[in-house]
Design a binder for this molecule. Structure first.
Ligand code: 2GW
Ligand code: MN
Length: 296
């Protein structure tokens, strides 16, 4: 049995189906050492989660950045696909951050869903575009999100929804297992190993992917604020963590354990090939065209 939160969320499932043993995944790890659930297809009844979050009046902010060439390359498919799969049945507000608001594609979200486009400056280094998201997210939670939404999910834009990404993913603090690392031994995790960086960690629990993280607005505010502080301290000391904001996120999630962990079904890379434990791909990495997207 898992933590309080998951007990609350899953107890209905357990009591209804425990004897039938319908909701189990013997082939994968479904619980962390600190008793947080790891969410895999087949572990939960989606309708019960949806009902519970409707009763609790949960509402979700989705933040996504589309700066420079990433706007044309990815935003349209990201937004359109999320209309078909992301938190259907709950109120959703998209917060789109871009340096070119006028170029955001026409997009009419379904009823109960809305979009806010917010202008940001384009940092000249891509590492800074990625890292500065922490500061921007923290600021907008304070000024806007906390007054309108119970939960926040932060996404990379270079991905496409292909299956249900629903209320089962909501929790106080939510992290995602990186598709390339979930089955590897810890010693291969690409944590920051430089003791001079605030992101330094000698070991950890999992390798989390910064392409998706979320939680209650309070927890996401605390996380983004702390990561931003660490990033700025590194800058002051002339160091940069190996994988930028992702390294800082991993450090934070090691010190402040997430209450829920998402399996790589929630952010799968088809180039990995067939894996029997991935029963559904809910979100897929979009192809990268580094040659055209990352050259100045
Ligand atoms: C990023 C890298 C190189 C050139 C441009 C950019 C870039 C990123 C950009 O020009 N415009 C932009 O809006 N971005 C945003 O930052 C966009 O939302 C994108 O999804 C996000 C992260 O950059 P991305 O997706 O190219 O990096 P990944 O897929 O290698 O991301 C992982 O590692 C990053 C740190 O290096 C982040 O932690 C990210 O969250 C991880 O998924
Ligand atoms: Mn990405």
């Amino acid at each position: 049995k898992c933590s309080l939160e998951s007990a609350k969320m899953l107890s209905l499932d357990y009591s209804v189906d425990a004897s039938l043993n319908l909701w189990s995944r013997p082939d994968v790890l479904t619980c962390t050492s600190w008793k947080a659930p790891i969410i895999w297809e087949g572990m939960f009844d989606p309708d019960l989660y949806d009902q519970m979050h409707k009763i609790e009046e949960s509402s979700v902010a989705l933040t996504v950045f589309a700066v420079g060439r990433y706007l044309d390359a990815y935003l349209k498919n990201f937004l359109n696909s999320s209309e078909h799969h992301f938190m259907l049945g709950l109120p959703v507000t998209y917060y789109v951050f871009t340096d070119m608001p006028e170029k955001v594609p026409d997009f009419k979200p379904a009823p109960q869903r809305s979009i806010k486009v917010i202008k940001v400056q384009k940092s000249s280094r891509w590492q800074d575009i990625s890292m500065m998201r922490m500061k921007t997210i923290s600021d907008v939670i304070e000024s806007d999100i906390r007054h309108h939404c119970t939960h926040v999910f932060c996404f990379d834009v270079d991905q496409v929804f292909t299956g249900r990404f629903g209320s089962e993913a909501l929790g106080d603090s939510v992290a995602l297992l990186h598709a390339h690392y979930y089955h590897l031994p810890k010693r291969l995790f690409t944590y920051d190993r430089n003791p001079k960086s605030k992101a330094y960690m000698p070991t950890g629990d999992f390798y989390y992917h910064a392409a998706i993280f979320g939680g209650s607005w309070k927890r996401v505010k605390a996380l983004t604020e702390a990561c931003y502080q660490s990033i700025m301290e590194d800058k002051k000391n002339n160091v940069e963590a190996l994988w930028h904001d992702e390294s800082h996120l991993n450090k934070y999630m090691w010190l402040h354990k997430p209450s829920k962990v998402l399996s790589p079904e929630y952010c799968w890379d088809t180039s990995i090939g067939y894996r029997s434990d991935i029963r559904v791909a809910r979100l897929l990495w979009a192809p990268k065209h580094y040659d055209t997207l990352r050259t100045p």
